[in-house]
Design a protein around this ligand. Structure first.
Ligand SMILES: NC(=O)c1ccc[n+]([C@@H]2O[C@H](COP(=O)([O-])OP(=O)(O)OC[C@H]3O[C@@H](n4cnc5c(N)ncnc54)[C@H](OP(=O)(O)O)[C@@H]3O)[C@@H](O)[C@H]2O)c1
Length: 133
């Protein structure tokens, strides 16, 4: 569990801290955390969602922490937009090729990485729009 949290959660804290000085030199600084529907209470409890069919306590707890880091950083870093993306089930090594294309999985990340100065902060989306926490 410590190893999972170190990569998935502490890794984000380390990277955000390391990049803050550079981000603050941008006229429109954004952070996109790659979360997962597996970290959403709403999605993992919804029988209509594929996320409810999996039981992954360590991964899910780490991604729930990513979502909370996102909303807390969005409040704390008022000059930086901090959002979370869910790629959705995507065909990578992680899923042994199950799910939609990597291009589809990257859509929500690209959307949040390219928001303008009036874009949102503290949101959680997939390629179709806002998601439940
Ligand atoms: N695939 C999905 O269905 C899905 C769904 C929701 C969310 N996500 C999220 O999307 C992200 C990418 O997942 P993926 O499906 O592309 O997984 P993946 O195919 O398993 O790739 C994981 C990547 O993370 C790198 N990595 C692992 N541990 C690392 C470490 N300690 N330091 C630096 N890099 C490390 C790996 O590098 P090496 O290749 O060098 O080992 C690899 O490039 C993850 O945050 C995952 O939770 C994926």
């Amino acid at each position: 569990m410590s190893a999972v949290l170190d990569v998935n959660v502490v890794g984000i804290v380390r990277v955000v801290h390391a990049f803050l000085p550079l981000l603050r030199r941008s006229p429109n600084p954004v952070v996109v955390n790659v979360a997962s529907g597996m970290g959403s209470f709403g999605m993992t409890q919804d029988p209509a969602r594929v996320e409810s069919q999996y039981t992954l306590p360590l991964y899910s707890a780490s991604k729930a922490a990513v979502l909370m880091l996102t909303t807390q950083y969005a409040k704390a870093l008022k000059d930086v937009k901090v959002n979370a993306a869910d790629p959705g089930q995507t065909a990578t090594d992680f899923t042994s090729g199950l799910g939609h294309s990597v291009s589809d999985g990257a859509d929500s990340i690209v959307t949040l990485a390219t928001i303008g100065p009036d874009g949102p902060t503290g949101r959680f989306i997939d390629r179709s729009g806002p998601l439940p926490w």
